[in-house]
Design a protein around this ligand. Structure first.
Ligand SMILES: [Cu+2]
Length: 152
């Protein structure tokens, strides 16, 4: 019986020493796949997309987005009204703890107005403002075509 206990103790201590391969638990607001579409020739308006995951412990809400190169950034929802696609401005978007919100073409998206970019600009900064969580500034890549290969 003593032998068994010793053996058990040994295997447990070995287990405790095994380096963990798991990623550390995520915290805070995580934004990924951020991109802004190249404004069409001569236009000062464009759309932006990203994925937002709430890894905080609080139900929160995205209450605004700002960019140093845009006069105004709005959050829009796409809805079907009488069989036609239409966009509606949102003042806030709820994001519960543990939830992911996807901004994508034909879904929620950002609309950037009065955009003033340099011709060779490759990315732009976006600052996301939350009801509870601190602001998060991300760098969104400027892309000609928006591709979404990620599925949840
Ligand atoms: Cu829109």
């Amino acid at each position: 019986m003593k032998k068994l206990i010793i053996a058990l103790g040994l295997s447990l201590s070995l287990l405790a020493c095994t380096p963990t391969t798991e990623a550390p638990p995520k915290k805070g607001m995580e934004i990924s796949s951020a991109m802004v579409r190249t404004p069409m020739g001569g236009q000062s308006m464009t759309a932006g997309y990203f994925q937002l995951a709430n890894y905080t412990d609080l139900d929160d809400a995205l209450i605004g987005v700002e960019s140093p190169v845009a006069g105004r950034v709005e959050m829009h929802a796409t809805e079907m009204v009488d069989g036609r696609m239409s966009m509606r401005k949102k003042v806030a978007l709820d994001i519960k703890a543990g939830e992911t919100l996807e901004f994508k073409p034909k879904g929620h998206h950002l609309m950037l107005f009065d955009v003033d970019m340099k011709p060779d600009q490759k990315d732009i900064a976006l600052t996301l403002k939350f009801k509870h969580a601190p602001d998060v500034t991300i760098i969104a890549e400027i892309v000609d075509t928006v591709t979404h290969t990620k599925h949840h």
